[in-house]
Design a protein around this ligand. Structure first.
Ligand code: HEM
Length: 412
């Protein structure tokens, strides 16, 4: 096995969590498409190849399970069978089912609804900052970057704000359920929590069916696909879709805000410049999405024997398209390892995917990140990283972001 072959596995060692990019660079140069034994997946790292995997839905299928563990401990499947069966929902659907679901979700997730949310995102941002402004210091991930998108996605869907903490705890349990390194006992406990979460969401769906409101869930319930003779979502389908939206809608955006703040607060001059000119937040956010994307890659299954960059990949194989590596491919970006918020066309990255699965929440994520960053630097002048702070990272192959961010500022 060459060094490049082991790079995905290496990623889990603490030394690479801080900075996986040198490994990606080596993989791009030495083995741009290679099989990684440790995970049984084909790893794809060059920009053009990653783009091909994401967009060529004929060759690369998105069908896979999201909330079922790859290796289930004794009793786990029986526990999960007491909840709602996992049905594909958008992210893991292929056409034609994906086309139908996407049309209904896109209609409910309209630019109008995102725009309507802007004042509310601002209010929630200010309320969170009110909670710690007088302290002169805070962990900005736990107090700010994480609760903001969580509260926004709950409100958007129509989940009672009082339940947001429980929803967060459940999403953590779902992550545990599908993690590699958990004991059978812990996996069974997580399976029970997964079922509780599914039942909670099914209850919410039924409540909205009986009593419609002005929220995304009500819109999804009302949405009909005319070209599919009035087809509508079932409760089980909505449970899967809501799980996808809740998952996709908060951890990713929290990681974007955390990573952008880390880059910003490392450079006091940049923080002051964004405070003076909030328009500078947008290129900073795009450059964060390019250089340190919250979603590091996406999985696909090869439909029939195929070839990618001259490498043969058999039917049924799993492919991991590494967005974090593609975004730093020198063939696509000049001087890719330099963080440069002054780049021209900083939005030419794959951080939100490409093609038919392009992120439905991209506009919302950008709105939240912009509001969070501009408000924080305006309200807490002089904010900087705490002395000696070194950011710890999530131990995760797919998601990347600091799990803690200690900042200080002069008290008002
Ligand atoms: C910075 C934040 C975000 C990042 C980096 C991100 C990233 C991505 C990526 C890479 C994909 C494509 C996956 C693929 O092709 O396999 C995707 C799809 C998706 N995202 Fe996001 N996302 C973010 C925020 C959000 C938000 C806020 C929501 C919902 C409120 C959301 C919901 C979704 C959904 C439902 C899909 C599937 C779309 C489809 O398959 O048609 N995401 N996202």
């Amino acid at each position: 096995m060459t060094e490049a072959d082991t790079f995905v596995f290496d990623r889990f060692s603490a030394s690479h969590l801080d900075d996986p990019y040198p490994l990606y660079r080596r993989a791009r140069a030495e083995a741009p498409v290679h099989f990684a034994d440790a995970f049984g997946v084909w790893v794809v790292t060059r920009h053009d190849d990653v783009q091909t995997v994401l967009t060529d839905v004929e060759r690369f299928s998105s069908a896979f399970g999201i909330r079922t563990p790859l290796v289930a401990a004794d009793g786990v499947r029986e526990i999960l069978a007491t909840g709602h069966p996992e049905v594909p929902a958008l992210l893991n659907e292929d056409p034609p089912a994906h086309t139908r679901t996407r049309a209904l979700v896109a209609a409910a997730f309209s630019p109008r609804r995102t725009r309507q949310l802007a004042p509310r995102v601002q209010q929630l941002t200010d309320a969170l900052i009110d909670g710690f402004a007088d302290d002169g210091r805070a962990d900005l991930v736990g107090r700010f970057a994480l609760p903001l998108p969580l509260q926004v996605i709950c409100e958007l869907i129509g989940i009672d704000p009082a339940d947001a903490g429980q929803v967060r705890a459940w999403t953590e349990e779902l992550k545990t359920l599908t993690s590699f390194d958990v004991t059978p006992e812990r996996q069974r406990a997580a399976a029970h929590q997964s079922v509780a979460f599914e039942k909670y969401l099914a209850g919410l769906v039924e409540a909205r069916r009986a009593d419609p409101r002005d929220d995304l869930l009500t819109d999804l319930l009302a949405a009909e696909a005319p070209e599919h003779s009035g087809w509508r979502f079932s409760t089980t389908e909505l449970v899967s879709l809501l799980l996808t939206l809740i998952f996709g809608g908060h951890e990713t955006t929290a990681n974007l805000i955390g990573s952008a703040l880390l880059l910003l607060l490392r450079d006091p001059g940049l923080a002051a410049a964004v405070a003076a000119d909030p328009a500078r937040a947008d290129p900073l956010i795009e450059e964060t999405l390019r250089a340190d994307p919250p979603v590091q890659g996406s999985f696909r299954t090869v439909v029939a024997d195929t070839e990618l960059a001259g490498v043969r990949i058999p039917a049924g194989a799993q492919v991991f398209a590494v967005i974090g590596a593609a975004n730093r491919d020198p063939a696509a970006t000049t001087d890719p390892d330099t963080f440069d918020p002054g780049r021209e066309r900083p939005d030419r990255h794959l951080a939100f995917g490409r093609g038919i699965h392009f992120c439905v929440g991209a506009a919302l994520a950008r709105l939240e990140a912009r509001t969070a960053i501009t408000t924080l630097v305006r309200r807490l002048p002089g904010i900087r990283l705490a002395d000696g702070f070194h950011a710890p990272y999530l131990a995760n192959l797919l998601h990347r972001g600091p799990i803690r961010l200690d900042a200080v500022w002069p008290r008002p």
